[in-house]
Design a protein around this ligand. Sequence first.
Ligand SMILES: CC(C)(COP(=O)(O)OP(=O)(O)OC[C@H]1O[C@@H](n2cnc3c(N)ncnc32)[C@H](O)[C@@H]1OP(=O)(O)O)[C@@H](O)C(=O)NCCC(=O)NCCS
Length: 189
Amino acid sequence: MNFEETPKPAIRPYPWQYVAQWKLKDGNDVTIRPIRPDDEPLMVTFHESLSDRSVYLRYFCSFSLSRRVAHERLLKICFGDYDREMALVAERVEPDTGQRKIVAVGRLSKLRTRNEAEVAVLVSDQYQKLGLGYELLRRVIEVARDEKLSQVSAEMLTDNIGMQAIMRRLGFRVRAGEDMTSLIAYLDL
Ligand SMILES: CC(C)(COP(=O)(O)OP(=O)(O)OC[C@H]1O[C@@H](n2cnc3c(N)ncnc32)[C@H](O)[C@@H]1OP(=O)(O)O)[C@@H](O)C(=O)NCCC(=O)NCCS
């Protein structure tokens, strides 16, 4: 087998190029980085920090904590292949205790049939309105551009004013979803 015929590895190496320091609007630092297999306990604490309202806005239903933190579910998320799925997390280190916590997650999920992806973001309630939702989505879109995707889209509830504000600022076009309760935002890359 010559070099050109060698199959690509199923799991890509950790994408260090997406690791960066970033400042919240309140001046505190976070690290934005691709999720890692050892993030499972931090993801459990992240989900524990979410209000019912934030969960509803993200998943469009009341998705129980026990199901959100089920080991099999988090395993899939934390052991992403960095190819079809890319999750960027924002990690904060508590200055007093040195404790690390995940305070937001942005995701890119490639569609199987088209050269497109869906994006989504979820920010811990205590860290909302500090610029993280916008910044994570902006970076997830950069990943989509690097992956040479042609379009990204996101679905949100019609009363999700914050997400709509972010999408419009990022240049997405917004149109009504299939039912009256949701909107779809599109960005051509
Ligand atoms: C929606 C969400 C992602 C926004 O993230 P965030 O970090 O709080 O938002 P940001 O601080 O980045 O705000 C970006 C802009 O949106 C505006 N905005 C954010 N939340 C808003 C709200 N509830 N109402 C009005 N404007 C809002 C901000 O004022 C800001 O505008 P500015 O830069 O001109 O001041 C976050 O609230 C969240 O995780 N919600 C629950 C889950 C969810 O809705 N996910 C999206 C569905 S995929």
